[in-house]
Design a protein around this ligand. Structure first.
Ligand SMILES: Cc1cc2nc3c(=O)[nH]c(=O)nc-3n(C[C@H](O)[C@H](O)[C@H](O)COP(=O)(O)OP(=O)(O)OC[C@H]3O[C@@H](n4cnc5c(N)ncnc54)[C@H](O)[C@@H]3O)c2cc1C
Length: 398
């Protein structure tokens, strides 16, 4: 029995290893378009950009691990087409890989701005090569503009400030992250930038890049200009579904799949990780969850299903972000609830906000520098506890 995995990042490699750990004895082939041995992405916007010696990037797979788990890893091979009727994946090398079961784990790529012909010095950050180029660019001591104050933009801004550079964040929303946290908490969390010495321009639309050969700045729609020698665009990610065009798979801003990660209408094909679009069993909404932890959990679930085991219980989405020496952790999806409790502040270096559902039950939390709050939230959620159980009866719900 042949198992084919397309995309060898966290979702793909974790599937392969979990299959072996669960006793799958058939052939496992991984196709990966990058030439690098699979690596972890979270350090790319954190440790890898910091001043000092270049840290080792954690590898998800090495030649030794591939041999140990008997995995046939094809690096530098890009899938270009899927033919589900013939059960084959075609690649840019002209090869065809047949499968009995297929996992689609091609993730996402960085979204760019709809501005043609960006000059040199305008970057995105998604891959190891992107991070290596940015590390080199930072070493020259540029003035930095970051377009987008989401997680990637915020972490890059933080890394640049860590090197003492002049940094301006340009954000389209009036309040950064307000689509995730609401305006009140978005305002509090994004104050981390000004506290960290970066400038924050909000409600701003980028019109064009200044400079012809090399970037000299960013022109905004209100006529103002942000001078910069290095621009990083961090405006989200787009699922890598181009190669599935014409396959008949249901694609709508992600690959649509069931609770068991089977692509809808294609039971021998699974989709996991950043590109999987499904109804989350605990959240009750259809969403792509673009978090490292979810990709691994989904890989474990698919390996269990394929080997006839019981998939692990679904978990609330969890994501962390490291900025200006602070760790921000989110459990659940705050945008689905109402802000019911907040304590602390970014200037104190410790903050927490809890969101509740229509029954006043906590369903999401964001906390800063408070790992115990994360554990407490999870425990309370598993028990179906109240807001009072979580934050103490003495704290009135708002
Ligand atoms: C800089 C950065 C920092 C991050 N930090 C955090 C963090 O702190 N916390 C957190 O929870 N999450 C973080 N994330 C998100 C997390 O890394 C992703 O959710 C995770 O990588 C998703 O894994 P994936 O395997 O689904 O997709 P990806 O990691 O996108 O991997 C997809 C793989 O498929 C390959 N591929 C694509 N198309 C093809 C093709 N046609 N043929 C063959 N191969 C193909 C790609 O080369 C890639 O290796 C970060 C992401 C980035 C980019």
């Amino acid at each position: 029995m042949s198992f084919l995995i397309v995309g060898a990042s966290v979702a793909g490699t974790r599937t392969a290893i979990a299959l072996r750990q669960r006793g799958f004895a058939g052939r496992i082939v991984l196709l990966e378009s990058e030439e690098h041995w699979p690596y972890d992405k979270p350090p790319l916007s954190k440790d890898l950009l910091a001043e000092g010696d270049v840290p080792d990037v954690p590898r998800l797979l090495t030649p030794a691990l591939a041999a140990e788990f008997d995995l046939d890893v094809r690096l530098g091979v890009r899938a270009t087409r899927l033919d589900p009727a013939r059960r084959v994946v075609l690649t840019h090398t002209g090869e065809q890989f047949s499968y009995v079961q297929l996992v689609i784990a091609t993730g996402a790529h960085a979204r760019t701005l709809p501005i043609p012909d960006a000059p040199a010095g305008v970057h995105t950050l998604r891959t190891l090569d992107d991070a290596t180029a940015l590390r080199e660019a930072l070493a020259a001591g540029p003035r930095v503009a970051v377009v987008g104050a989401g997680f990637i933009g915020a972490e890059f801004a933080s890394a640049a400030r860590g090197r003492g550079l002049d940094v301006t964040l340009i954000e389209a929303l009036d309040v950064p992250m307000s689509h995730i946290f609401g305006a009140e908490v978005g305002h509090e969390i994004s104050s981390i930038h000004t506290l960290g010495g970066a400038k924050l321009v909000t409600g701003a639309r980028v019109e064009r890049f200044l400079g012809s050969e090399r970037v000299e700045g960013v022109a905004l729609a209100d006529g103002s200009e942000v001078p910069a020698d290095l621009v990083v665009v961090g405006v989200g990610a787009v699922p890598n579904t181009q190669w599935l065009a014409g396959s008949g798979l249901p694609i709508d801003g992600g690959v649509q799949c069931t609770d068991r990660f089977e692509v809808e209408g294609f039971p021998s094909i699974f989709a996991i990780g950043d590109l999987a679009l499904r109804r989350h069993p605990l959240l009750g909404v259809r969403a792509r969850i673009e978090h490292w932890t979810s990709a691994g959990e989904q890989a474990d679930a698919v390996a269990a299903i394929v080997t006839g085991g019981e998939p692990p219980a679904p978990q609330l989405p969890y994501v962390w972000s490291d900025q200006y020496g602070a760790r921000i952790q989110i459990v659940g999806m705050p945008s689905l609830g109402e802000l019911a409790h907040r304590e602390g502040s970014m200037s104190e270096g410790r903050f927490r906000a809890v969101y509740t559902d229509a029954d006043h039950k906590p369903i999401a939390q964001v906390s800063v520098n408070d790992a115990r709050a994360v554990a407490a939230f999870r425990k309370n959620h598993r028990r179906g506890g109240s807001l009072g159980d979580l934050v103490g009866e003495q704290t009135p719900a708002r």
